[in-house]
Design a protein around this ligand. Sequence first.
Ligand SMILES: [Zn+2]
Ligand SMILES: [Zn+2]
Length: 257
Amino acid sequence: MKITLLGCGTSVGVPALGGLGWGRCNPKNPKNRRQRSSVLIETNHVTILVDAGPDIRNQLLDAKVNKIDAVLLTHAHSDHTSGLAELRPFYFAHKSKVPIFSNIETLNVVERQFDFLFTKQSGSPSYFVPPMTLNKIGLGILEIGNCSIEVIKQNHGNIDSLGFIFNKKFAYSTDVVEMPEVNFDKLNNLDLWIVEALRDEPHEAHAHFNQTFHWIKRANPKKAVLTHLGWESDYDYIVSICPDNVYPGYDGMVVKV
Ligand SMILES: [Zn+2]
Ligand SMILES: [Zn+2]
């Protein structure tokens, strides 16, 4: 499996608009330029995208992705979903609707915001075909081609987010502030865990560094990579506080497991 961290930034990205800019991040380090969080998983047979935020078009162009077999959504926040309409060309090119998978809460929000992507609207042009489908998933195993994905539930403040474990080797856990105890059995001893850590200070909906380090120690992956990093979190600073085998993510990072 080839895993590409397409984006590792928090909801506003780094640098951020409105004068926040680079925050505490060194603008001279290219690894501090962070697009919104998203990850691509490629096996010999399938290409799976997790989340499609506002940067997704540039992220997929940079990664030279020409085909997507499935899109998994972790939750409905706009930094993870607002780029969905950018995926229309995958339908234009392959004439095969792009399947979107998530829990019912997320699908309901996405369907309301992007109705034209899933159902032909009365005002749509005659040639327009809705290019995507909505597919409800629950907890447990989801099979996409030769990829077996275990879906887990995480607490993200007011809502839940979904975590995904691919072929019992790699887990992706973003937008999580409390990791339910039941998940640790499934997260144990993986090859790679990409997991959220926003910043030093606690946050109501996002894990902070010490909390994530504690989870990683328990789950004991061979390697852990931090994502959803805030403008408070400079790359070299994170390197200086990371335990062994834990690394800050950066956009375009590739890991093979
Ligand atoms: Zn987010
Ligand atoms: Zn979120």
